[in-house]
Design a protein around this ligand. Structure first.
Ligand code: BES
Ligand code: MN
Ligand code: ZN
Length: 485
């Protein structure tokens, strides 16, 4: 990853390759830029006067230093209206200018912007991310920005941003990596490897242990694949008084099972372990973030395939807590593996449980790609998440959970159906999925379900995320844990 740090030598003295300044649409040049512009013949001022450069949001003006300075390029970026600048726009701008510099072939960039250095650094580290593990030949040709230096930045904030971005980018790598590599066994091994350096104790349950312990739902979902299920438990500060359980859906590929997904719906289903990757990323960074609550990460992982032993529509399975479930649709597999995981988490008597899952396509219909769906049995926990959502711009939106939705998920010849009675669970699908999950949460435990079905994977680039895996909810949950009340 790019090196992010504060920098004290001014733009006049620096030996960086390029310097970045910003101007709002009032056209006022910040003092050091004013001097530099004068020395370089007032090209910025002239351009603004002639309206060739209006300093609109993300508008660029690039000039050469013509040997007057040690650096080569002056990059001036438009900031638009002063009163419209937000912390999130600072992140986006960080990503934008970092990528502009990289495209220009710049190695060391000095950024002189009157903004929060944590936001700029976070945006840069997120925006520069690329998934390039398999572009071996082109790799040598890829341009790389080595250093993103922030003039008079706050190194503490920059360090925190670096850790968060490392967490997010770790999720992106795991999720973008294809499912022929990332199997349940691979995820469990990765959890073990990662834990060694992270002050986290990790345990992996293998299929025979899952059998003995009664993980009936996880085993059922995984029985159609040669890549057998695993169940991973990761503990950070196990003796802390407050203990937050984080559960992540780890379907390494979701073919839909015998209710096979059609073309246009199946292609990106390597991303169905994004919840699991999110939990691993959080466990990877909790210690470095100095989080002082206990955290237990729980990752049920399986591959949903169509092998000759695959589970069938109509099968009735028994979850870890004894509840029986009729399988109305083998493609509603996420809620099944979460049923076992939430039951297991509840046994540990945590202060709260939060699960993260690419659970429904319905969440895209409801909220699009920018928002994570939130379904919860607890107002204070939801309020904490909404607060974290506001301060990180890792956005969640709460959906209602009422008895009507709960009723729908009851079974006919079993306790529950995974798609509801007469398939009624398809309507309001994100909420009914949440209503199903609630049955596996221990009595009186505050619980929140985060549906990242839309937010985990994008089909278009943004300033801080190339298309593909996003790492949504890592920053949200890191913020929640840091400010836990
Ligand atoms: N992993 C999918 C949900 C999903 C779909 C996430 C598209 C991201 C993009 C999940 O296992 C699934 O297949 N859900 C079904 C549920 C239905 C059968 C009740 C869905 O959303 O169609
Ligand atoms: Mn599915
Ligand atoms: Zn799925």
């Amino acid at each position: 990853m790019v090196t992010l740090s504060t920098y004290t030598k001014s733009a006049k003295e620096t030996d960086c390759d390029a310097v970045v300044f910003g101007i709002f649409d009032d056209g006022v040049l910040p003092q050091p830029l004013k001097e530099i512009d004068e020395a370089l013949g007032n090209s910025v001022t002239q351009a603004f006067k002639k309206k060739a450069f209006k300093a609109e949001w993300k508008e660029l003006f690039v000039a050469r230093s013509l040997g007057k300075y040690a650096w080569n390029q002056l990059i001036v970026v438009g900031l638009g209206k002063k009163k419209e600048l937000t912390p999130e726009k600072e992140r986006l701008l960080g990503g934008f200018v970092a990528k502009v510099a990289r495209e220009e072939g710049i190695k060391r960039l000095l950024v002189s912007l009157d903004m929060d250095s944590g936001n700029l650094a976070e945006g840069a580290a997120l925006g520069l991310y690329r998934y390039d593990e398999y572009v071996k030949k082109e790799k040598e040709k890829l341009k790389v920005l080595d250093e993103f230096l922030i003039l008079n930045g706050d190194q503490k904030k920059i360090d925190k941003a670096t850790i968060l971005a490392e967490g997010v980018n770790y999720v992106r790598d795991l999720v973008n990596r294809p499912a022929n590599l990332v199997t349940p066994e691979y995820l469990a091994n990765e959890a073990k490897q990662m834990s060694k350096k992270a002050a986290v104790k990790t345990e992996v349950f293998l299929p025979d242990q899952l059998e003995k312990k009664g993980f009936g739902a996880l085993l059922a979902v995984g029985q159609g694949s040669v890549h057998t299920p695993r169940f991973v438990v990761l503990q950070y500060k196990p003796s802390a008084k407050t203990k937050i359980a984080l559960v992540g859906k780890g379907i390494t590929f979701d073919s839909g099972g015998l209710n096979l997904k059609p073309t246009r719906y199946i292609e990106d289903m390597k991303m169905d372990m994004a919840g699991a990757a999110t939990i691993l990323a959080l466990m990877k960074i909790v210690d470095r973030l100095g989080i002082d609550v206990g955290v237990v990460g729980i990752v049920p992982t399986a591959e949903n395939m169509t092998g000759s032993n695959a589970y069938r529509p109509g099968d009735i399975i028994t979850a870890y807590n004894g509840i029986t479930i009729e399988v109305g649709n083998t493609d509603a597999e996420g809620r099944l593996i979460l049923a076992d995981a939430l039951s297991y988490a509840s046994e540990l008597k945590p202060t709260a449980i939060i699960d993260v899952a690419t659970l429904t396509g319905a969440v895209i219909v409801a909220l699009g790609y920018e928002f994570t769906g939130l379904v919860s049995n607890d107002d204070p926990l939801s309020a904490q998440l909404e607060k974290a959502s506001k301060s990180t711009a890792d956005k969640v939106w709460r959906l209602p959970l009422t008895d009507g939705f709960r009723d729908v998920m009851k079974g006919d010849i079993s306790d529950l159906s995974n798609v509801g009675k007469k398939g009624k669970g398809y309507e309001g699908g994100t909420i009914t999925a949440g209503a199903f999950l609630e049955n596996f949460v221990g009595k009186d435990i505050p619980w929140a379900h985060l549906d990242i079905g839309g937010s985990a994977f994008l089909l278009e680039d943004t300033d801080i995320c190339p298309k593909g895996a996003t790492g949504a909810t890592v920053r949200l949950l890191a913020d929640l844990l840091q400010n836990w009340k």
